[in-house]
Design a binder for this molecule. Structure first.
Ligand SMILES: [Ca+2]
Length: 204
């Protein structure tokens, strides 16, 4: 058994391992290497306006829309899954951003994001860089954002690495454009998204 598979068996529950079925993508952001899906939004049937504990432990069906869980994302980066891909779908077109040497911090560190590598893709890195400036992950019952006047999770009806409240939101309500849809700012325009995914994979 490869060491990586062994690590995953040790680190992840059987429930979480279902995610490893999704080994390959076929689109602009093709990844022909093992990866896990941290976030999948494709049909709007799953409720993403959830609590801190739910975001820590994960929710949803792994074969459909789901959030893998912050503690599993943390363990994956510690196990070497430090390539991060953001996949966005907007009006039939897909866009992606690859991030190398990506880390999810510990729960004590509020699952703060950081990276020490490079980025490339059809999306500009700006919105991702703002994510890494967030003090930590925030939910409707845990305000770790840098907006002192209120809670970005309540403002956006989501849960995310908010600053004040940032340039992206992939865990927001499943609505088209009004009032607070999922979105991603891309330097000169904002993508109002129909679908999105966050992937975590092994480096080349
Ligand atoms: Ca706040």
């Amino acid at each position: 058994m490869p060491i990586t598979s062994f690590c995953l068996l040790v680190l992840l529950s059987a429930n979480q391992l279902v995610a490893s079925r999704h080994l390959f993508m076929t689109d602009d952001g093709e990844w022909e290497k093992p990866h896990f899906i941290g976030n999948r939004r494709t049909n709007g049937r799953e409720d993403f306006f959830r609590t801190w504990n739910e975001y820590v432990n994960g929710f949803g069906k792994k074969s459909e829309d789901h959030w893998l869980g912050l503690k599993y994302m943390r363990r994956l980066t510690k196990a070497g899954f430090t390539d991060f891909k953001i996949l966005l779908f907007d009006n039939g077109k897909s866009y992606y951003l690859d991030v190398h040497n990506f880390t999810v911090g510990s729960e004590l560190n509020r699952f703060k994001l950081s990276y020490s590598g490079t980025t490339n893709g059809t999306l500009k890195p700006d919105a991702f860089i703002v994510l890494t400036q967030a003090p930590g992950f925030s939910t409707k019952d845990r305000d770790n954002d840098s907006w002192w006047q209120g809670s970005c999770a309540w403002k956006n009806n989501g849960a995310w690495w908010y600053t004040d409240c940032g340039w992206s939101e992939l865990n927001g309500p499943w609505v088209l454009r009004i009032p607070l849809p999922k979105n991603w700012y891309n330097g000169d325009f904002t993508r109002w998204l129909s679908k999105s995914m966050l992937l975590m994979g092994l480096p080349e």
